[in-house]
Design a protein around this ligand. Structure first.
Ligand SMILES: Nc1ncnc2c1ncn2[C@@H]1O[C@H](COP(=O)(O)OP(=O)(O)OP(=O)(O)O)[C@@H](O)[C@H]1O
Length: 257
């Protein structure tokens, strides 16, 4: 069995009287794809924000490769090998598609912090290779702001990959995509996995979550409702009641919306 890459124990985040993430523990093994689902407000994005250093946990610990990251800054965590994408497409609107990816390549895991002050052919080549990988080379010179949702989502993936991560966290990568785009992105993420990059994804599109995940974590009201194999979700009564609400898991609808 592959080694544990990420180990989260008793992770808790309180906002005043609200406990957004409540004593959640899970681990992710090298090379696996770990899916996270749950209704609106379950604490999924907060969990991502904690792991990636965008918010501090109130209690618990998170280790990457056996070393703590929950006390580290966003850039230190990035340099340790964790990259992420966001629920709402987040790109530098007024920069070109290529310039967006160059940012990831400049500031990512393989470079020291000052690398952003210089431009080199190796960094540019890495950015161009990732653009090619996600299928956006043809529009490398276009401004990123007016891009369609699917292109922005692929651009976020390219920028994240350019930072040379060992783990890629994807927050609802399939939201707002057409069925054909969902299929294309599933294929792209499989190719990311084939590169040996460990994936963690939050997803409401159950078809995509089931197709990609080796194991899943279902959250509800900040707590772990279920952790196990995707096929076991279907026979878990509490998950079916709370999350799926009786809907077929292959449905493309968001049951909580
Ligand atoms: N900065 C914050 N301050 C106060 N409360 C917050 C903050 N961020 C999140 N919350 C609350 O924490 C809870 C969990 O939110 P979170 O966004 O993590 O849920 P989610 O599972 O990602 O939901 P969704 O599926 O809608 O994205 C919600 O009740 C939310 O309102």
């Amino acid at each position: 069995m592959a080694e544990v890459l990420l180990d989260a124990r008793g992770v808790t985040k309180r906002y005043g009287g609200l406990t957004a993430v409540d004593d959640v523990s899970f681990h992710v093994r090298q090379g696996e794809t770990f899916g996270i689902a749950g209704p609106n407000g379950a604490g999924k994005t907060t969990l991502f924000d904690i792991v990636t250093g965008m918010t501090r946990l109130s209690a618990g610990e998170i280790n990457l490769d056996g070393k703590p990251i929950h006390t580290k800054s966003v850039n230190e965590i990035c340099h340790r090998g964790i990259a992420r994408t966001f629920q709402l497409p987040s790109v530098f609107d007024t920069e070109t598609v290529l310039a967006n990816v160059v940012v990831g390549a400049h500031f990512g895991a393989g470079n020291p912090w000052w690398s952003g002050f210089r431009s080199d052919t190796r960094t540019l080549a890495r950015a161009e290779a990732e653009l090619d990988f996600v299928g956006l080379s043809d529009i490398a010179g276009d401004e990123a702001g007016p891009l369609a949702v699917f292109d922005k989502k692929r651009l976020m993936v390219a920028s994240a990959l350019a930072s040379a991560p060992s783990m890629l966290f994807l927050d609802e990568p399939f939201g707002g995509l057409t069925p054909a785009e969902v299929d294309e992105l599933v294929d792209l993420l499989r190719r990311v996995r084939e590169r040996g990059i460990t994936l963690v994804l939050i997803e409401h599109v159950m078809r995509a979550l089931m197709a990609l995940s080796d194991r899943v974590l279902i959250m509800n009201q900040g707590k772990t409702l279920f952790e196990g194999l995707p096929e076991e979700v279907l026979s878990h009564e509490e998950v079916m009641r709370v999350y799926l609400g009786g809907m077929a898991p292959t449905s493309k609808a968001k049951p909580h919306d």
